[in-house]
Write a protein that binds this ligand. Structure first.
Ligand code: PLP
Length: 443
């Protein structure tokens, strides 16, 4: 617990950037659902069984067998988290001038594509760009736009197509099985591999079961198996639907690619049977990947996220509709029309949520996806100004969430008083992690 006075001091010291606050100064931490879940008794027990052999550890083979049972890929490289898998994949698969289409790139995915000199292109369906528009699978890729992009670019310059499930930066919205099939068909026609950014695969599979015809009687595991059977490989941050605090992997079916990736893995992460993790981490991941497919867990997870979304909607707060899987996304552009995107309305709302109630959220807007022209100082703004309230897995109770909605209600009532910010210091790429802000002088 902190007082408002204390929070004012902490926020100013943190340059109005919630990433730079100390966690102990935060009451309810909705910064991210990544690595912030609570591990189960079974996961902690598995940690005790970790085999810490440098090479060929039993823990590695346990993990591979679990991944095979769900994802079905031939080659599995453990990595310390998702972005390590991304870096290895794009370093091997992409060259400068290439184009990588995705429904919506996550921030680290985009940064890793751009880091190797390729271009990251987002192709969500039109509903995916409009926070208020409802669609059961708002995370889908625009298949006509994909075809047009491949035709225009030339297939030889598109090394892979990616689908992010659920679509994190697009509001945690699911992708339908039909969309996966349609994208696969286009990839087949142009002989381009399809990769899945699988971070929230279980949540996505639950939405397919609930919303797509023909899946109501299938288990989440059966749906996952079908979904990944359409792909050539995946990157995974197990800090999400692996239910662990650290871990990830890169998987695929191409032997040559896997061999090249192993070499890079050895160079920067570790030997291919541990990939930068301890044997115990591999065990915890193996158990988490099974637990996350539990129907009772998934039903509760999706219902509890929707609960927060419904409360905020009742208050009148504009959110991305319908609620996604792991988070509620407030539309800061609509909530704070008096703050222009250049004055970071999302970042200003994040600051206000912290001041009002010690809640930490994250901006997904111009601070994250915009950029400042080095010469003119002109700000390129993002398509949407969202504030994400991410829900850690198996951590908060309904009364914590009720507190959150009460604080949002107070902020909403006084929204006309919220002021914009200006960026005082930045270090791209991924500038939002470390940028410092100041209150804008006047508007
Ligand atoms: C978290 C995330 C990543 C990156 O994973 P890290 O474990 O944070 O490196 C990639 N893609 C998506 C969709 C994510 O949510």
């Amino acid at each position: 617990m902190t007082t408002r006075d204390e929070r004012e001091g902490y926020l100013e010291a943190a340059g109005y950037n919630a990433f730079l606050l100390r966690a102990e100064h935060v009451l309810i931490d909705l910064l991210t659902d990544s690595g912030t879940g609570a591990m189960s008794a079974n996961q902690w027990a598995a940690i005790m069984r970790g085999d810490e052999s440098y090479a060929g550890a039993r823990s590695y083979y346990n993990l591979v067998s679990v991944i095979d049972g769900i994802f079905g890929f031939k080659y599995v490289l453990p990595t310390h988290q998702g972005r390590a898998a991304e870096r290895i994949l794009f370093s091997i698969a992409c060259k400068p001038g290439d184009v990588v289409p995705n429904n919506t790139h996550f921030d680290t995915t985009r940064a890793n594509v751009e880091f190797v000199g390729a271009q990251a292109v987002d192709l969500p369906i039109p509903e995916g760009r409009s926070p208020g528009a409802r669609h059961p699978f708002k995370g889908n890729m625009d298949t006509a736009a994909l075809e047009a992009l491949i035709e225009e670019t030339g297939a030889e310059r598109v090394p892979l197509v990616m689908l992010t499930i659920t679509n994190n930066s697009g509001g945690g919205q699911p992708v339908s099985m039909q969309n996966v099939r349609d994208v696969r068909a286009i990839c087949n026609r142009y002989k381009i591999p399809l990769y899945i950014d699988a971070c929230r695969f279980a949540e996505n599979c639950w939405f397919i079961r609930e919303r797509e015809e023909g899946y109501a009687d299938k288990t989440p595991r059966e749906i996952a198996r079908e979904l990944f059977s359409h792909a050539d490989g995946c990157t995974m941050s197990a800090k999400k639907d692996g239910l662990v605090n650290i871990g990830g992997f890169l998987a695929g079916n191409d032997e040559l690619l896997a061999r090249q990736e192993s070499r890079l893995l050895i160079l920067t992460e570790g030997f291919p049977t541990y990939g930068g993790l301890a044997g115990r981490d591999l065990e915890a991941m193996a158990v988490g990947l099974e637990e996350v497919l539990s129907e009772d867990y998934l039903r509760y997870r999706i219902a509890s996220t929707a609960y927060l979304g419904e409360r905020l909607t009742e208050i009148g707060v504009p959110i991305v509709q319908p609620p996604g899987g792991h988070a509620i996304y407030i539309d800061a552009k609509e909530l704070l029309p008096h703050i222009p995107p250049k004055a970071f309305p999302g970042q200003a709302l994040v600051a206000e949520l912290y001041l009002e109630g010690g809640i930490r959220a994250v901006e997904i807007g111009t601070a994250m996806f915009g950029s400042t022209d080095a010469e003119t100082g002109e700000e390129t703004v993002a398509a949407m100004e969202l504030v994400r309230l991410a829900i850690p897995r198996r951590v908060y109770t309904q009364s914590h969430i009720d507190y959150v909605s009460e604080i949002v209600e107070d902020v909403f009532a006084n929204r006309s008083r919220i002021r914009g910010l200006k960026m005082a210091w930045q270090a791209p790429p991924l500038r939002h992690f470390t940028a410092r802000f100041e209150p804008a002088v006047s508007e």
